[in-house]
Design a protein around this ligand. Structure first.
Ligand SMILES: [Zn+2]
Ligand SMILES: [Zn+2]
Length: 324
């Protein structure tokens, strides 16, 4: 399961309702901040997430609306939050801009904390025994733009009834079998993992794309995601402007979702010129399971389950697509 909180959903400049791009993805002990537009700190506080454990930052690209909040965040981390390290993952050009930004803001001194910059390449970014974070290239203005795939590894379910029937006691023997090791029981019988594990079940897949000039080159990367987040800066009315500035229309995003067989499409990076309704009206006839993210929306994404929205009081409800 992945949790996703939108901090800012506007494109290029903020509006009264929408801040500049930033989102948090949570999974197990991980917390990733994706992009850090100006105003992100206040949104983190408003969301109730705060700054704790938020030292891993993924950048979709280096445009100013996605990185200008980083210097302020570095200052708060070091002065108020006792966080002495910030890890930033991005394309080379984005990282160069971040370094230049920090140099200007903090003068000739180094930033007040340790800045660890990871030069992204397509492929694996992080991995543990049950989770993978991958980066893939995205076409947008300038070089080194990336999207991110958050993927739970396939897991073989433990078949309790089978274990009971074979007389495997509850306890460490079962843990060993789940981890793929055989065990020897007290009566001398050997039980193999295959005896008590079912066929592999794919884990949740969640894909986050920031700004994109093209959608047809993303079909493979976003294939069968349980949820796809992608920009829809414009509608077809301004298809020529979208093309000129390297952005997508709501129609292009919806066509991608349909072609890739994703379960839910969540649109963000909305131009101030459009209402939520205008974006939805263009996308939904092409891909019905579409919604437009609002600042501070909090979602839970699970394989094979409906998308859940978490309310401020912690209660959960299935997202009702008719609401927007
Ligand atoms: Zn942008
Ligand atoms: Zn951009």
């Amino acid at each position: 399961m992945f949790e996703l909180v939108f901090l800012g959903t506007s494109a290029s400049a903020p509006s009264i309702r929408r801040g500049l791009p930033a989102a948090v993805v949570m999974h197990k002990e991980y917390r990733f901040l994706i992009d850090c537009g100006e105003g992100t700190q206040r949104q983190l506080l408003r969301s109730g997430l705060g700054f704790r454990r938020l030292d891993k930052i993924l950048l979709t690209h280096g445009h100013l609306d996605h990185i200008l909040g980083l210097a302020g965040l570095a200052s708060t981390f070091s002065r108020w939050e006792m966080i002495d390290r910030m890890e930033i993952y991005g394309g080379r050009w984005a990282l160069d801009r971040v370094e230049a930004l920090m140099r200007v803001v903090f003068g000739n001194y180094r930033p007040p904390l340790r800045l660890v910059l990871h030069d992204l390449e397509p492929g694996m970014v992080l991995e543990d025994d049950s989770f993978q974070l991958l980066a893939f290239p995205v076409t947008h203005r300038g070089p080194g733009n990336f999207g991110f795939t958050f993927q739970e590894k396939a897991r073989r379910p433990f078949l309790v009834e089978k274990a009971e029937a074979l007389g495997v006691p509850a306890g460490p023997e079962r843990t060993r079998l789940v981890r793929g090791h055989k065990v020897k029981l007290a009566d001398g019988r050997t039980i193999q993992p295959d005896d008590v594990l079912g066929p592999p079940r794919p884990g949740s897949k969640f894909v986050f794309v920031g700004d994109a000039a093209q959608a047809d080159d993303l079909v493979e990367a976003v294939q069968e995601a349980d949820a796809l987040v992608i920009e829809a800066t414009y509608t077809t009315l301004e298809a020529d402007v979208a093309r000129e500035f390297g952005h997508l229309t709501a129609r292009q995003a919806a066509e991608l979702a349909a072609a890739a067989g994703v379960r839910y499409l969540i649109l963000h990076h909305i131009s101030r010129r459009y209402s939520e309704q205008e974006i939805v009206d263009e996308a939904r006839p092409i891909f019905a399971e579409t919604l437009v993210a609002r600042d501070l929306d909090h979602f839970q994404i699970r394989r094979g389950a409906p998308l859940l929205q978490v309310e401020r009081d912690g209660s959960e409800r299935t997202v009702a697509l008719g609401e927007t």
